[in-house]
Every structure is written in structure tokens, then in C-alpha cells.
Design a protein around this ligand. Structure first.
Ligand code: ADP
Ligand code: MG
Length: 706
């Protein structure tokens, strides 16, 4: 069966068998049974236990095969060593979905991992979907059912949540009950032996009961699949993720700039960004965001109205908005006039609107509704501080009423204070209005709401450009390098590969003697550059391995000898293949374009300010390959050099399209050739619009044979 169809059954089964059900309190099999019964599951419940009899009022069966009717889903809570047998029985019984709660698999080591693979294989072969093992279970508040051993069931809501950590889920569940936040689905992923985060995100995307996807993950199983699924789902609903744990650095040598500048988490960050997924930086933030997204409409833009009864908090909120890319709306004339008429003369009627410490509930209603009506305002933040005359609870009530009248605009409340605010906050929460203790968190959550709108619109369904390339020649070069038992390509080889993909390079020729160098220089035309050619010398200028601007045969000869001598002196062990003779390129803006490889996500492309100061400037940004032209464009815009290239202070703009092409060609090259583990072009000179680019230093490292 198709996985997504299987998940549909899992989300809404007509019958559930609990294999390992128990009548004894304190056993997981008892918790699962009780949760299932208490959750009001309307379908058939079949406890399975070798002792048979009756469990919590339901007839128990010795084995799943003993059940006469069909079983849609089986929850498995038995010791690990029996799981495989039981999964096979489920296959025979034609069970469609498995939830394996049992622990003791991959997480305990090699043997467990093997057992887990075997179970997943059986499930796969028989078209069963499978959650876990080593998970808490699954809850659907709409079906409804709770097929987990959680303490309590979340309230019904619209947030779909999948988590790689069961313990964290129980924490969130408990918190959500206190905060009155509802969930639609609550899925514990466990070891992800079969169903992974991408499968669930895809299902959440189709699920009419879910409007918001929340994810806690430590790793992604299949980077490409994850990105493809997320790109589609974010068009319909936001995806927020908390990602913890440091990813494996993978095949990353520290020799290239790209390799050393990409942090261990860069690929994840990039993947999220590139597929429209928002990343929460802390659990607290994730909670705030969940709070705001639950039931809220999205803002059409970034114009915010602030309403307050005290000056200080209004200013703090204004600052926070500005720091988060939100703007303080200029209120329309109507609004200003209305407020001027109705509020006391001392009140501030421009944004932030200060209704003064004496503000009564009706003043708040007036201001809130005026702001919600104003078409120049995209969202509203209402701040209340407990002053002598403040009626906190009534104020909360009128805000709820105002929201009901104008439900389409996001409305967030900040009720600053302690004891006096406890009850008003409940009123707001129950009225569907997210409420915060302090302005900064409210602003941050609102900014995330707006950021989602931007993310969604930035992920375009655009094709990957395909350039003509001489892949055969690239294969040959790689083969030659392997035969020479090298990993690092010589400059001439790396440049040749770049040329096969149409990347403009300064022509380069290897010379093994001074005479040959002058011959090659004649061939290329003066002036030329000489560079040491050795796989052991990565940073050539550091050891005096470069001479630029050579104009005569005599200069070339002298430079040849000097470079070789410098290399021998500074790196006596380096194997020297000769000296590369290269065309002198006209100077332009120095760029770095590179690639390193991530285990989960594949080729990670870097772009930024190039030259010898890359490590200090760190003006760089990343995207995962393959890339679209929009990806390339955004990648460039993320850096400061990207802005310079567009032309500033009267300078003519650079050849942006040619730079994008170069990035995209590299993206295609490293996608086609997995054996390229690292690639660095530093620098490539960028010229004025229409004059293209020229790569003068191309470095490539290949991995071992597969
Ligand atoms: P490395 O990075 O190994 O030290 P490069 O080949 O990048 O060596 O050369 C160092 C610097 O020399 C470059 O940043 C560039 O400014 C200059 N350079 C190198 N090759 C050329 C060339 N063909 N034309 C003009 N300038 C060059
Ligand atoms: Mg260089």
C-alpha cells in the first residue's frame, strides 16, 4: 500500500489491536489500553495478551490472528525479542498500520539496529506502515483516539505535532493543557525505522484538521525528500521546527574555504530556509509560536499598530518591532480623527496609541477596533499594564469581543504583570487571543507569523536549469587523478573540469620546466601568472608559490625557478608536478564560490566575498544544490558583496546573470558528480554587466572510489 494511504488509515483506524495489553496498572500495555478507552475511540478495541480473558472490559485475544474481524491498526507494546514474530502475524492478518512502542532496538546498538531493519523489511514487504519502534505512540484528537502511553490527552485543536523525542512530547502535552493549546495530531516518531518526518509532514499537509505543523527533530532521514515535501506543504500551512543535535560533518576536509566555513549545522539551516521551513531557536519560542498560530489569521504585511495604557511598554514594543523587521503603521486619517475625538486630549493618537493610564475597557475597545478596521494596519498588539484605574478582566473581555468582530487580522495581547493578570489571561486565551507577559516575546511571535508569509512566497515551484556539459571529459579527468592515486586535483585539471561545465576560467597550462613555461606563456599571450602545481600545496600564495604580471620570457623563466625553490624550501615534502602558467585576468570584484558536502542534504554551495580575506570577512551565504535561479539570486542577495555587485555609490552594476550562471553551473557539476567532495573557486573575478566573470583559482578534491 502507498505510504500516504497507510498513514490515512493510521490517522483514522476503525479498529485497533493493542498487542501486549495488560490489566495490571503500571504496565505500558495498561496505559495504552486506558488511554485508548478514555480518549473516546469509537471503533473496535482488541486487547491481545497470551493470557486472554478480559482487559478493562474488553475481551482479550491470545494472538492477533485469533481476532475474527479485520484489524486496521496494531499498537505493539511487548518485549523487543517478540516484536518480529508479532509483526509477521500482523502481516498475515493484513493489518494496515503498526505503532511499535517497544524500545530496545537501534538505540541500544548494532544488534538492535539489525532487528529493527528486519522488522521494517517485513512491514515494507507487506505494505504496512509502521511508526517507531521506541516511540510514545500516536494521538488523533479528531478521530478521536489516543494510542500512546502518554499521561493525559491533548485538547482538540489544529496543530499537528511530530517529535523525535517522546519525553519532550509528554512535556509539551502537559504544558499545552495548562496553556489551553490544542493539537490535531500528536505523533511520536521514535527510531523512524520506516515512517520518517517527511512522511508525516506530507500527511499533515493533506490533513484538513491541521493548520499548522510543528516538528521536533534531531536529524533528518532523507534530506532531499524532506525538502521536497516541505516546499509543497508550506504553500498550505506553516512548518516550524526545532532541530537539536549537531549533524555529522561528513566528507569534509578542512583544506578548502567552503569546508571550513560551513558549520556543522549550516546544511540544516540552509535546508530549512530553502524549503520555507521556519526554525525556532528555543522551546520557549516554539511554544509562543504555537500559541500565536493556533487559530490566528496571517498578516497581509508588516504594518503593526500598538495600543497601550503606558508610554514605556509602548516604546519597548516599538523597538522590538523594528528589531524584528516589523514596521509601526502610519494610521489612516479616519483612525486618527476618531481617536482624537474620543480619547482624552493628553492621549497619543498616533502609533503607538497611548490611551493613558486611566484607560477604561471601552477606550480599549475603541482603539482596538479602530486599529483592526484600519486598512493601513496588518496586525495589532494590545498592551495592558495594571494601573490604579485599570479593569484588567473587563479589558480582556472587550478585546475578545473586538477580535470576534474583526477576526481576519492578527491580534496579540500583552498583559504585563503578575497576580492581577492571571484571570484576564485565561479570558483572552479562551477567546482565541494569544497573550504574553512581556512585549518582546509577543513581537517575536508576530514576526514569525509574518516571516511565514514571506517564506511561503519565496518558495517557488521553479525548475532547475540544465546546462550543456561534457560529462565524459570530467569522468576521464577524475579517472586520471585516481590512477595517479591523488584526491586533490592540480590547477590545470580543476580548471579543465570547470570548463567542461561552461564555467569561464582564465586559461591555464601545466609546465614541467622553465623552457616549457615560456612556451606555454607564448601560447597564452603575455602577461601571464605562474603558480606552483602540487596537490600538497593548497594555499599557493602563502609559500610564495605565485607570481603575477609576468611580461617576458625572462620573467617567466626566473619566476619558474623561484616558485619551485620557494616550494622546496617551505614544503620540502610536497610532491611538485611543475608550475601552472595562466592567463592574466583583468581585475574585478573578488568572489568565492564553493561547495562542500553534507551527509543528509548533499552538496552545499557557498557564495561570498572572495580573495585572501574570506576567513576574516565571513561575508558568505549557503544554498543546497541543485538550485533554481531564484535560489542563486537569493543566495547572492544574502551577502554584502551581493549588494555591492548590484552597483552602489555610482559604480556600475556587475554581471549578475553571469555570476548566477556560474553558481548554477557549479551546482549542476557537483550534483552530477558525487565524487567531488569539495570545490573552491577563489577568486572568481566579477566584471561589469555584459562582461561576465573569470575564475582564476579552481580547487577540487575528490572522494574515494565507491
Ligand atoms: P591561492 O589561493 O592558492 O593562494 P590564487 O590562485 O587564488 O592562489 O592566487 C592568489 C591571488 O593572486 C588571487 O587572489 C588573485 O588576486 C591573484 N591571481 C591569481 N591568478 C590570477 C590571474 N590569472 N589573473 C590575475 N590575478 C590572479
Ligand atoms: Mg585562491
Amino acid at each position: 500500500m502507498d505510504r500516504q494511504k497507510g498513514i490515512d488509515v493510521m490517522f483514522d483506524p476503525k479498529s485497533i489491536a493493542v498487542i501486549g495489553a495488560s490489566a495490571t496498572k503500571g504496565k505500558l500495555g495498561n496505559d495504552v489500553m486506558r488511554n485508548l478507552i478514555d480518549s473516546g475511540f469509537g471503533g473496535r478495541i482488541y486487547p491481545v495478551n497470551p493470557k486472554a480473558g478480559e482487559i478493562l472490559g474488553h475481551q482479550a485475544y491470545r494472538a492477533v490472528n485469533d481476532i475474527a474481524s479485520d484489524v486496521d491498526m496494531a499498537v505493539i507494546v511487548i518485549p523487543a525479542k517478540y516484536v518480529l514474530t508479532v509483526v509477521k502475524q500482523c502481516a498475515e492478518k493484513e493489518v494496515k498500520a503498526l505503532v511499535i512502542i517497544t524500545a530496545g532496538f537501534k538505540e541500544i546498538g548494532h544488534e538492535g539496529a539489525e532487528a529493527e531493519k528486519e522488522i521494517a523489511k517485513v512491514a515494507e514487504e507487506h505494505g504496512m506502515v509502521m511508526l517507531g519502534p521506541n516511540c510514545l505512540g500516536i494521538i488523533n484528537t479528531h478521530a478521536p483516539y489516543n494510542a500512546s502511553f502518554s499521561a493525559g490527552t491533548p485538547s482538540k485543536g489544529t496543530i499537528a505535532f511530530a517529535s523525535q523525542s517522546g519525553a519532550l512530547m509528554t512535556g509539551i502535552l502537559d504544558w499545552s493543557l495548562m496553556e489551553r493549546i490544542g493539537f490535531s495530531k500528536f505523533v511520536s516518531l521514535g527510531n523512524k525505522a520506516q515512517l520518517d518526518e517527511a512522511d508525516l509532514i506530507q500527511a499533515f499537509g493533506r490533513d484538513p484538521d491541521s493548520t499548522f505543523v510543528l516538528l521536533y527533530i534531531e536529524s533528518v532521514v532523507d534530506g532531499r525528500k524532506f525538502m521536497d515535501v516541505c516546499k509543497k506543504v508550506v504553500q498550505k500551512k506553516p512548518i516550524f521546527v526545532i532541530k537539536s543535535g549537531v549533524s555529522q560533518a561528513g566528507a569534509r576536509a578542512a583544506s578548502s574555504h567552503t569546508g571550513s566555513l560551513a558549520g556543522s549545522d549550516t546544511a540544516y539551516d540552509t535546508a530549512f530556509k530553502q524549503s520555507g521551513v521556519s526554525r525556532a531557536t528555543s522551546m520557549a519560542e516554539l511554544f509562543d509560536i504555537a500559541n500565536v498560530f493556533d487559530d490566528m489569521h496571517l498578516p497581509a504585511g508588516n504594518q503593526v499598530a500598538i495600543i497601550t495604557n503606558a508610554g514605556g511598554p509602548g516604546i519597548i514594543t516599538t523597538d522590538a518591532c523594528e528589531a524584528h523587521g516589523l514596521e509601526i503603521a502610519e494610521l489612516s486619517q479616519n483612525t486618527v480623527e476618531l481617536l482624537r475625538e474620543e480619547l482624552p486630549p493628553a492621549a497619543a493618537v498616533y502609533n503607538p496609541i497611548d490611551a493613558l493610564g486611566t484607560a477604561q475597557p471601552e477606550d480599549y475597545a475603541l482603539c482596538t477596533e479602530a486599529a483592526l478596521r484600519d486598512e493601513k494596519v496588518d496586525s495589532v498588539l494590545v498592551l495592558v499594564t495594571p494601573q490604579a484605574m485599570t479593569k484588567e478582566t473587563e479589558t480582556a473581555q472587550v478585546i475578545v469581543e473586538s477580535h470576534k468582530k474583526y477576526p481576519d487580522k492578527p491580534l496579540l495581547a500583552v498583559f504585563m504583570g503578575g497576580n492581577s493578570m492571571v484571570y484576564p489571561r485565561i479570558v483572552l486565551t479562551d477567546g482565541g487571543i494569544p497573550v504574553f507577559d512581556f512585549p518582546e516575546r509577543a513581537v517575536n511571535a508576530l514576526a514569525e507569523l509574518y516571516q511565514y508569509v514571506l517564506n511561503r512566497d519565496s518558495v517557488k515551484d521553479e525548475s532547475i536549469p540544465k546546462y550543456k556539459a561534457d560529462t565524459d571529459r570530467v569522468k576521464e579527468i577524475i579517472q586520471e587523478v585516481r590512477e595517479d592515486e591523488r584526491r586533490v586535483l592540480l590547477g590545470s585539471e580543476a580548471h579543465a573540469i570547470a570548463e567542461c561545465y561552461g564555467i569561464p576560467v582564465a586559461k591555464i597550462r601545466l609546465a614541467t620546466s622553465a623552457e616549457e613555461a615560456t612556451a606555454k606563456a607564448e601560447e597564452l599571450g603575455y602577461p601571464v601568472v605562474l603558480k606552483i602545481a602540487s596537490p600538497d600545496i593548497v594555499h599557493k600564495s602563502d609559500i610564495g608559490g605565485i607570481k603575477v604580471g609576468l611580461k617576458t620570457p625572462r620573467e617567466v623563466e626566473a619566476a619558474f625557478l623561484e616558485i619551485v625553490e620557494n616550494a622546496r624550501k617551505h614544503m620540502p615534502k610536497a610532491i611538485i608536478y611543475g608550475v601552472d602558467v595562466q592567463e592574466m585576468a583583468e581585475e574585478g570584484k573578488e568572489l568565492i564560490i564553493g561547495c562542500s558536502r553534507d551527509v543528509q542534504f548533499g552538496p552545499l554551495i557557498m557564495f561570498g566575498a572572495g580573495g585572501i580575506f574570506v576567513n576574516y570577512l565571513k561575508d558568505i551565504a549557503f544554498r543546497l544544490a541543485p538550485m533554481t535561479r531564484s535560489d542563486a539570486s537569493e543566495l547572492m542577495k544574502e551577502t554584502k558583496i551581493g549588494t555591492l555587485l548590484e552597483g552602489v555609490r555610482g559604480e556600475p552594476p556587475s554581471d549578475i546573470v553571469a555570476i548566477q550562471d556560474t553558481i548554477l553551473r557549479i551546482s549542476q557539476l557537483v550534483t552530477d558528480f558525487e565524487e567531488i567532495v569539495e570545490l573552491d573557486i577563489n577568486p572568481a573575478f566579477a566584471y561589469e554587466k555584459g562582461k561576465g566573470v573569470s575564475a582564476v583559482d579552481v580547487k577540487i578534491t575528490i572522494g574515494g572510489e565507491k
